[in-house]
Design a protein around this ligand. Structure first.
Ligand SMILES: [Zn+2]
Length: 102
């Protein structure tokens, strides 16, 4: 770091030069470090979400992979139903947009 920065500790009021943590009470005082930690936390959260989604597929996905053919068919029907509903939904949204546009 080229620039020396004096950061006042918000907890005990002691000035620290180029420190991430207060020399006196060990409080995190570096703003950049705070952002870095927050960024890591956010990234971790995103990763956790993806892992959760992968480990917990929705019911249709689960049934599609079911060893029993009967459940498999239900899974596919459900999957198709969801797909159709989303297509209808998109079509309806388009229709409403067209009507609203006159
Ligand atoms: Zn301190």
């Amino acid at each position: 770091m080229a620039i020396t920065r004096n950061i006042k500790c918000p907890k005990c009021g002691i000035f620290n030069t180029d420190k991430e943590y207060c020399e006196h009470c060990n409080t995190l005082i570096s703003h950049q470090k705070k952002i870095a930690i927050k960024t890591i936390a956010v990234k971790q959260e995103e990763i956790d979400k993806v892992i959760h989604k992968r480990e917990n597929p929705n019911l249709a996905e689960k049934l599609k992979k079911h060893p029993n053919i009967f459940y498999k068919i239900i899974g596919w029907v459900l999957y198709s139903a969801i797909a159709i509903v989303s297509i209808i939904g998109a079509g309806l949204a388009w229709f409403i947009a067209m009507v609203a546009a006159g």
